[in-house]
Every structure is written in structure tokens, then in C-alpha cells.
Ligand binder design. Structure first.
Ligand SMILES: Cc1cn([C@H]2C[C@H](O)[C@@H](COP(=O)(O)OP(=O)(O)OP(=O)(O)O)O2)c(=O)[nH]c1=O
Length: 192
């Protein structure tokens, strides 16, 4: 099934993104992009995720000389217009989870593809509703290790599923790589 010579580079350190790309049968190699992820003052969340995904793909596109296509993504949790990235520590995670508790928030996932000197992008918007969480649940969730490295300090694909009453949009998008949009972009440049 796997192409022995992948023509696509996934610019990501995220194991979720690798798994998701494997799920739709797209052969790829992996080269993480190391770029600063800091919103600009007043930058709207949609613009921010698109910019970061584009910067990730550009960093890897410029770093490689093989001319292979490069795919990157960025995922952020947004509540009341505020961007929730990855938690820095327990206090930060607990603050984010307490804010998400009992409410609906948005998850934005941008995809960026560079191939043959061109740039394509897509944006996936999902709505996720959390049930109310107790401080003890939040502390136990942090202790599980799952919130670390996840936007909004939770994982829909893990124990965090216990907190999610409803989702509208893209499950794979919430997890980090919206597969419908990704497949569509890849199809435009002749992948799968
Ligand atoms: C909301 C949510 C996020 N996440 C993850 C997906 C992303 O890995 C992470 C958001 O951080 P990102 O900055 O989008 O990605 P990353 O730093 O992990 O990987 P890279 O930039 O190298 O591609 O949060 C989940 O795994 N499940 C979820 O339910």
C-alpha cells in the first residue's frame, strides 16, 4: 500500500497528523517545521491559524532541495475570540479547561500545501461542546499526561472524549488534520 518513494513531506512533529495522513493512504515522509507560534496583536484567530500553517509549510519548503510537495497544518481552540494554544504548565491547562467547562468552543484547523511553486490552503471550522468539569477532574486529566502538547489542553481522540457532549464539523480537524479538506487539496496536485 505504501509508496516506497513518497513525493510528499508532512511538515509536522505531531504523531496525530502522521496517523491521520496514513488513515487516508497518503504516502509521506516527515520533516518537522520549527517556527515561533505567537499571535500578532489583534490578529483574528482564522488569520492566525492560516498564517502559522503557511509558515510551517514554507519553512520546510525552503529547507529542502528535492522539490517535493510539502503539507502542514495548524490547530487552535478558540473561545470568545481568544486563541487557546498548547498549555505551558498545569496552571495554564487548568485555566483553559475551566474556561471550556460547560460551554461550546470552536476549533480551527488550517492546512497549507506547497507544490510546484504554488500554495494552496484550506480552513476547517468545528464546534465542540464540553460538559461541566470539576477541579478534581481537571487535575486528574492533567495527571494523565494527555493535555500536554494539545491545543486547548485536551484530546478528542483520547480521554478528553469523556468531556465532549457534542461536535459539529470535522472530527479529524479537531484532532489536528481535517482529512476531507486535506484530501481535496492533495487531489488538486495529483496525490490520491
Ligand atoms: C483540540 C485537539 C488538539 N490536538 C493536537 C493536534 C496538534 O498536534 C496540537 C495543536 O498544536 P499545533 O501547533 O497545531 O501542532 P503541533 O505543534 O503539535 O505539531 P506541528 O506544528 O509540528 O505540526 O493539538 C489533539 O491531538 N486533539 C485535540 O482534540
Amino acid at each position: 500500500m505504501n509508496d516506497p518513494t513518497p513525493r510528499l513531506i508532512l511538515a509536522s512533529a505531531s504523531p496525530r497528523r502522521r496517523e491521520l495522513l496514513d488513515q487516508i493512504g497518503v504516502a509521506h515522509s516527515v520533516l518537522p517545521a520549527d517556527i515561533p507560534e505567537i499571535p500578532r496583536p489583534g490578529e483574528p484567530p482564522e488569520a492566525y491559524v492560516r498564517r502559522i500553517a503557511a509558515e510551517k509549510s514554507l519553512a520546510v519548503w525552503e529547507a529542502q532541495s528535492s522539490g517535493l510537495a510539502v503539507l502542514a497544518a495548524d490547530t487552535e481552540v478558540v473561545l470568545d475570540g481568544e486563541i487557546f494554544g498548547k498549555p505551558q504548565n498545569f496552571e495554564h491547562a487548568a485555566w483553559m479547561l475551566a474556561r471550556l467547562s460547560g460551554r461550546e468552543h470552536r476549533v480551527l484547523s488550517a492546512v497549507s500545501l506547497r507544490a510546484e511553486g504554488q500554495h494552496w490552503e484550506a480552513l476547517s471550522l468545528s464546534t465542540v461542546e464540553f460538559r461541566a468539569l470539576t477541579p478534581a477532574e481537571i487535575a486528574a486529566y492533567w495527571a494523565s499526561g494527555e493535555p500536554q502538547g494539545k491545543a486547548g489542553a485536551y484530546a478528542i481522540q483520547g480521554r478528553g472524549a469523556r468531556f465532549i457532549r457534542h461536535i459539529a464539523g470535522s472530527y479529524s480537524g479537531v484532532m489536528g488534520l481535517p482529512l476531507y479538506e486535506t484530501a481535496e487539496l492533495l487531489g488538486r496536485v495529483g496525490f490520491g
